[in-house]
Each structure stands twice: as structure tokens, then as C-alpha cells.
Design a binder for this molecule. Sequence first.
Ligand code: HEC
Length: 125
Amino acid sequence: MKRLIISLATVAIFLFFFVSCYYDSEEALYPALSTSCDTTNVTFSGTIVPILDNNCFACHSNNTAASNNTIPLQNYADVLAKADRIIGSIKHLNSFSPMPKSGGLIKTCSINQFDIWVRKGMLNN
Ligand code: HEC
């Protein structure tokens, strides 16, 4: 009987320490969430141009636009003039041509960063 109590107590103590305290980090469980999205240092040259470069320049750079029958979106002035069209296109909103053409949505982080750049006054920084 004494043995039984001791072994039950041992099991209980074991469970208490190793099972009841359950620590998980969100970053470890969902690596996709932890890839940080820099929403504080959003600039034209450092953020917007790389987004366009990665997703759009294949058809919208100064060199590729003409042959793809598109508008160039490489220079600040071109992007500024089309900012609202770009926003509608990358969010796939109704009545906008969804971009990238024949592709899925670009990263949510990139869409948010573009939004932030527009809200902060579309600076040429
Ligand atoms: C595979 C080629 C291709 C890629 C990549 C592409 N586009 Fe386009 N884009 C086009 C073509 C072709 C048109 C003109 C026909 C149309 O509007 O669908 C166009 C038109 C546009 C327009 C004008 C639409 C309007 O309402 O006047 C905008 C803005 C635009 N694209 C933004 C983007 C952005 C931003 C990206 C990157 C996230 C992108 N595109 C990626 C081919 C592309």
C-alpha cells in the first residue's frame, strides 16, 4: 500500500512538473507569423521600390513596360501618379485590374507597407 502511494505521488509530481506547465511560443509554433514586417521605417527607396522590383518590374519597369503594353512604375513620379490604381490592383479590389497580372496577392506585409507609404504622404524618401 505504501509503495502504491509513493508511486502515485511520484507520478503526480512528475505530471505536475512536466505536463501542467506548458509553455509555447507563438514564434516557434507559427514561424510564418514571426517573420517581422517593418511598418515603422517605410520609405520609397527602401520599401516601395523593392516591393515593385520583386513583384512588378517584370512587366512594369522602364525597360519592360513598353514590350508588355503596360505603364512603367519604376520612377517616383510614375508611382506617385498611379498610387491609387496600384493600391486597388494589389488588393484585388473590384473595378481594378488585379496585380500582379495572372498572379496571386503579394505578401500582406507588402500591401500594408504600401498603404502606410500612401498614408504618410507618399514621400520621395
Ligand atoms: C506579368 C506582367 C505583369 C505583372 C507582373 C504586373 N503587371 Fe500590372 N499590368 C500588366 C498589364 C498587361 C497591364 C495592362 C492591362 C490591365 O490593366 O490588365 C497592367 C496594368 C497595371 C496597372 C494599371 C491598371 C489601371 O487601373 O490603370 C497598374 C496600376 C498595375 N498594373 C500595377 C501593377 C503592380 C503594382 C504590380 C506588382 C504588384 C503589377 N502591376 C505586376 C501586367 C503586369
